[in-house]
Design a protein around this ligand. Structure first.
Ligand code: AMP
Length: 358
């Protein structure tokens, strides 16, 4: 194990990205006595900007602003894995950035992610790289059934995806995707979707949260149930996979791995994110250490906290107008409400979540 510098409470943590994940990390950091300085192109009134001590609004390629930011903070983490790797490489010349650019390079690209998983002997849906209509036709023929076409970069919450059947119009599908590079995946008839969040600190210590079961609505996470209703061997395999990926990538911080469970009990990796994850929001009220505090502990070189669940629970996302019912949720005994301070409740926008006992 390499010697690790501890960043003590009272220090300033830099946060790249200004959404709700940054906001909840900043709140957890404040509880431990840290200050947070957020760097993002968004305005001061962003979900995260509202709760932090310092804020820099600048572009990802503004080197002057980046250098000033790096000078002002003791360590940097991120809440968005699509921060340009050049930005992270530049910042790392001044101060520690966790997770680092090599982790982001894999996590930003669906093809790299799947190839990385396969290189470790971990299964994925069958997939083919696709760079145009001709390649798409060949890939559809090779997969031989239903499939999903996904842009390799910048896809989230079901965006940048088209579902295809053998008789689909492939020219229209390729054009509607609007990407230069994509991956065609065979459709997995899964019994359930699960995820495992792993924390890893710079000294190599790891801690995995219990397996979470995820249901999606319109491509967006709807509920997370813990513990997942899977067999013990499936849970053990999912945990092994997430720990192995975090170790091989040498992640410092968090790694969330989303997986499919097949009817014959195989566990296939769908995607991963090296940051706090929506399927870990249950930890805020039902785990010994919440994922946001765990991220702070990991990047500051503090001992990792216990990942045990205090009880069975369900997290439900409040999407768009769902958040208008905040008063009803507050009136429910045992329900914990979290709102993200976002202005307009547009359809599909994550406005908050609730955690309830299961
Ligand atoms: P993703 O953006 O890759 O997480 O995909 C969003 C959701 O689409 C997943 O959570 C699944 O519910 C579904 N999905 C994605 N890929 C596949 C696949 N290969 N087979 C079946 N369902 C999928």
């Amino acid at each position: 194990m390499s010697p690790v510098t501890m960043i003590p409470p009272g220090s300033t943590i830099g946060m790249l990205g200004a959404g709700q994940l940054g906001r909840m990390t900043a709140l957890a950091a404040a509880r431990l006595g840290y200050k947070v300085h957020v760097f993002a192109p968004e305005s001061m009134d962003s979900s995260c900007g509202q709760v932090v001590a310092y804020h820099t609004q600048a572009g990802w390629h503004d080197r002057l602003a980046l250098a000033r930011f790096a000078d002002d903070v003791d360590v940097i983490t991120l809440e968005w894995e699509n921060v340009p790797t050049e930005t992270v490489e530049f910042l790392s010349r001044h101060v520690g950035v966790h997770p680092g650019a090599p982790v982001l390079a894999v996590a930003q690209d669906r093809l790299a992610e799947k190839r990385f998983a396969n290189s470790l002997g971990i299964g994925t849906a069958p997939f083919h790289a696709v760079d145009g209509v001709a390649a798409l036709k060949e890939a559809m023929a090779a997969i031989g059934g239903r499939a999903i076409l996904k842009s390799t970069r910048m896809g989230y919450d079901g965006r940048g995806q088209v579902r295809l059947a053998p008789d689909s119009d492939l020219v229209a599908a390729w054009e509607s995707l609007g990407a230069d590079m994509a991956v065609l995946e065979g459709f997995v008839d899964f019994t359930c979707e699960i995820s495992v969040i792993v924390a890893r600190s710079a000294n190599g210590a790891t801690a995995a949260y219990p397996v979470a079961e995820n249901r999606h609505r319109d491509g967006i996470l709807d509920t997370t149930t813990v513990p997942a209703r899977v067999t013990a061997p499936v849970a053990a395999e999912a945990t092994r996979i997430a720990l192995l990926m975090a170790e091989k990538l040498e992640v410092v911080g968090l790694l969330a791995v989303e997986m499919f469970v097949t009817p014959d009990g195989r566990v296939l990796v769908n995607e991963m994110a090296p940051r706090p994850h929506n399927s870990g929001h249950w930890t805020m009220d039902f785990a010994e250490t919440c994922q946001f505090e765990q991220l702070v502990r990991a990047v500051c070189g503090l001992p990792l906290g216990s990942t045990s669940a205090r009880g069975a629970c369900v997290m439900t996302n409040l999407i768009g107008a769902d958040a208008d019912h905040w008063a009803d949720y507050l009136a429910e005994p045992g329900t914990h409400l979290h709102l993200y301070g976002k202005g307009e409740a547009r359809p599909g926008r994550k406005m908050g979540h609730i955690n309830r006992p299961a």
